[in-house]
Design a protein around this ligand. Structure first.
Ligand code: GTP
Ligand code: MG
Length: 255
């Protein structure tokens, strides 16, 4: 059993990408299950096979402990970490080939807090990977792209799992804009050049962040997708397969 955690900034498309991958893997005849780890979500674009909301109650906790919405989320994620063995039991019994894990809206609550990392490390799986979603609309400006690069790198350093960066919502941009972002992800020099247009002192700071990531060898590529239209979901799965099995499975993909 392999697990794929889907993380990213609020509204970047984590749940939609979970739905898209589920649809694609079902079509490919791959034994897949979805696990919703977002205790506060009201509506999901897929029907989760396993749902953390069946184990913990965000609303009850918020009311009982008189917490605000984010403090309640922190508390409920701690509760999930404590219950993780019970939550994953059905997965261990059914042993699907792959489990897609949709994570809570606020990136910092899951990717940066100890409870989130604990959950990622303690779920049983043969292979684990993280998909970090870049929202293409948010990342269109070079400094926002750099900020996202920083967040994705920080998340990777915290959870310590193999990570694939995904550029989602490409259906909302022109082809040239998408190409430009893919170039930034592939060629650090091109992002440095794009950042030249920023006024001082922001240019110096953003360039410094981006160069530090580059020098540390933490620059990774970006796989363009649309979770809404299913564009290149096959390519993304090929990348995941390559990570897990060194290219033995999944369709071939050329970016
Ligand atoms: N056009 C377009 N819209 C998308 C895409 N992916 C997600 N969306 C839309 O973006 C919004 C947020 O998507 P979600 O999947 O709920 O994002 P999320 O990261 O799960 O959101 P939170 O869990 O609340 O942080 C929804 O309105 C989606 O329909 C995409 O590839 N293209
Ligand atoms: Mg969501």
């Amino acid at each position: 059993m392999d697990t794929v955690f889907i993380i990213g900034m609020a509204g970047s498309g984590k749940s939609q990408l979970t739905a898209a991958l589920r649809t694609y893997l079902d079509e490919e005849g791959i034994d897949v299950l979805t696990l919703n780890l977002d205790p506060a979500v009201r509506n999901l674009p897929y029907v989760p096979d396993l749902d953390v909301r069946d184990y913990v109650s965000y609303d009850k906790l918020m009311e009982e402990q008189e917490l605000g919405p984010n403090a309640a989320l922190v508390a409920v994620i701690d509760q999930i970490a404590l219950e993780i063995e019970r939550i994953e039991q059905p997965l261990l019994e059914t042993e699907p080939q792959i489990v897609l894990i949709d994570t809570p809206g606020q990136l910092e609550l899951f990717a940066f807090r100890q409870a989130g990392t604990f959950i990622m490390q303690h779920l049983h799986a043969e292979h684990k990977a993280v998909l970090y979603i870049f929202d293409a609309i948010f990342s269109r400006l070079p400094h926002n792209f750099t900020a996202n690069l920083l967040l994705s790198t920080a998340a990777q350093l915290v959870h310590g799992l193999p990570q694939i960066n995904v550029l989602n919502k490409v259906d909302m941009l022109e082809e040239e804009q998408v190409e430009e972002m893919l170039e930034w992800a592939q060629n650090p020099q091109s992002l440095s050049e794009a950042l030249l247009n920023l006024p001082e002192p922001r240019r110096v700071y953003f360039t410094g962040i981006h160069e530090a990531i580059d020098e540390a060898g933490l620059y990774v590529g970006l796989v363009p997708v649309s979770a809404l239209t299913l564009y290149n979901i096959s390519g993304l799965y090929a990348e995941i397969s390559r990570l897990f099995y060194g290219g033995e499975m999944g369709p071939s993909y050329s970016p």
